[in-house]
Write a protein that binds this ligand. Structure first.
Ligand code: AMP
Length: 501
């Protein structure tokens, strides 16, 4: 389906054209008409499927037909990186449409706060914000949300995981009840459905089938206690059929990143780690160097797992079994591109075994769980017996409380979310702290690595959503206050990325 079939504003079509979007992706095909119709929408769609344009295009169409004297659209996102990407996409489409945006995200260094405050005071058609930072601005009284027509919650599952639900409800309380609300989420566990009931009205629902792993991916699963994982990893790397040229290793525990990096370095593999412990600028350098193949192994926390494009990997390692089966599929999809082959290694500890059951359901085949630690002299591996852990339909948290029989007697560490940075803020406590301190946990992630982003089978515009063949300053000149708003928007984009939301 082409975009001209949606009956969009001519200016917007020109923007879509400039972005080199020729055909709508499935999520766009399904969502755009519903949003144009004014319906509330709950959609499961991952990064990489074109979901940003699926809501931006119809909203920009509405904006281009309306008066531009107020902020009409609020987009809430979990991370600064996503906020920046969406802002850039609005700029891409906005070459021709009279609409502008500003990105508000947290933990700023230097004068970011003031720039954001000024931008908010001036206003823009679209505000894209991380919840904690936005609330902090709202409390000072200059944010005008009395005319919001459209609210988007992007990556809602991640926002809830990061403990933002109270902040979101707080923000929703302060915008008009009469509005159109769109909720996008990579996964759709019950907690998202319950949450959605509180803020959406009779929503339409779209569920995109998660694509199955490509046939070229060699999926290997190994049973291993936590303390067997490092030596097992070393063995697998040394004996890999294919040389490890570019590997991303995901761990759910931030505290383990440095240890894994050190162990790999001892083995002679250049590895670098990325977690919320790094300043944003340093994270960006690590990612850039990895993409440029300056070093072969990137060790990353799960939380950094959405939002950026890294593909063409020879290996993906799930040091801990991913919590969501969909995440598993997306991560390993980063290997075996375009008729090549790739290797995906997943460790199954004694604690997370029902996640494997969910993965099996999703990929529709039984997984061969290898047990090789004993023959390698590392001791017995855990037994695969997921029934011990109780089944959760959503494959979510809570599956790692194996109890006594689920844990090795001498293993004192708790695994899963115990020390990880993805711990949800169930108590609601500490929300204030998060806003007050610039680099809080667990929300300090953004980004970033993403093995989790689905690689769309599309002729993509570049990753930032910029037209790949950007027209030469064809943009209409903005006059008066609108021109100032645009300046502010650009300031946001040019400012150095702050520390963390
Ligand atoms: P998203 O899922 O929104 O993060 O989009 C992933 C990538 O796909 C981004 O780089 C978009 O610019 C690109 N993209 C989205 N929709 C289309 C389309 N219809 N045609 C070409 N590229 C697209």
């Amino acid at each position: 389906m082409t975009f001209s079939e949606f009956n969009l504003h001519d200016d917007l079509l020109a923007g879509v054209d400039a972005m080199n979007y020729l055909k709508a992706t499935p999520i766009q095909e399904m969502a755009i008409p519903k949003i144009l119709d004014g319906r509330d929408l709950i959609a499961s769609a991952q990064t990489g499927t074109g979901k940003t344009a699926a809501y931006l295009i119809p909203l920009l169409d509405k904006i281009s037909h309306a008066d531009h004297d107020h902020t009409s659209t609020l987009i809430l996102v979990p991370t600064r990186e996503l906020a920046k990407q969406i802002d850039e996409q609005v700029e891409g489409f906005g070459y021709f449409v009279q609409a502008n945006s500003i990105a508000i995200y947290g933990g700023g260094k230097g004068d970011d706060w003031d720039k954001q405050r000024k931008a908010l005071e001036t206003g823009a058609d679209i505000i894209i914000a991380t919840p904690g930072r936005l609330i902090a601005h709202m409390q000072l009284g200059y944010v005008k949300f009395d005319k919001i027509d459209y609210l988007v919650l992007d990556e809602a599952d991640k926002m809830l995981d990061m403990g933002f639900s109270d902040d979101i409800l707080n923000i929703v309380d302060k915008i008009p009840a009469k509005r159109q609300t769109l909720l996008f989420s990579a996964t759709m566990p019950n907690k998202i459905r319950e949450f959605a009931k509180r803020i959406l009205t009779e929503p339409e629902e779209i569920r995109l089938a998660v694509s199955k792993p490509a046939a070229g991916i060699d999926q290997q699963f190994y049973l291993a206690y936590d303390n067997q994982k490092l030596p097992l990893l070393a063995h697998l790397i040394k004996n890999s059929e294919k040389p490890v040229q570019s590997m991303v290793l995901f761990t759910s525990k931030k505290s383990e990143v440095n240890g894994i990096v050190r162990a790999l370095s001892k083995l002679g593999y250049e590895a670098r780690g990325i977690s919320s412990d790094l300043e944003q600028d340093d994270r960006e350098v690590v990612l850039r160097d990895f993409k440029n193949k300056a070093f072969p192994i990137l060790v990353a926390t799960d939380v950094l797992s959405r939002g950026i494009d890294i593909d063409n990997l020879t290996h993906v390692v799930n040091y801990d079994t991913p919590r969501d089966a969909e995440d598993y599929v997306h991560r390993i999809g980063r290997t075996a591109r375009a008729a090549t082959t790739g290797t995906a290694i997943t460790f199954i500890s004694d604690q997370e075994q029902n996640r494997i059951v969910n993965i099996e359901k999703l990929i529709e085949r039984e997984i061969d769980k290898r047990s090789i630690t004993e023959e390698l002299g590392m001791g017995k591996s855990p037994v695969f017996d997921p029934k011990r852990f109780g089944r959760r339909k959503d494959g979510g948290r809570g599956d790692n409380r194996g109890g006594r029989d689920g844990r090795r007697p001498n293993d004192q560490r708790s695994s899963g979310t115990g020390t990880g940075e993805a711990r949800p803020d169930r108590s609601g406590k500490g929300r204030r702290d998060r806003r007050d301190k610039p680099v809080p946990q667990p929300t300090g992630e953004g980004v970033a690595v993403t093995a989790d982003s689905v690689e769309p089978a599309l002729p993509l515009a570049n990753a930032n959503g910029q037209p790949s063949d950007k027209p030469k300053r064809r943009k209409k000149r903005r006059r008066g206050p609108r021109g100032e708003k645009r300046e502010n928007g650009q300031e946001q984009r040019q400012s150095p990325a702050p520390a963390a939301e």
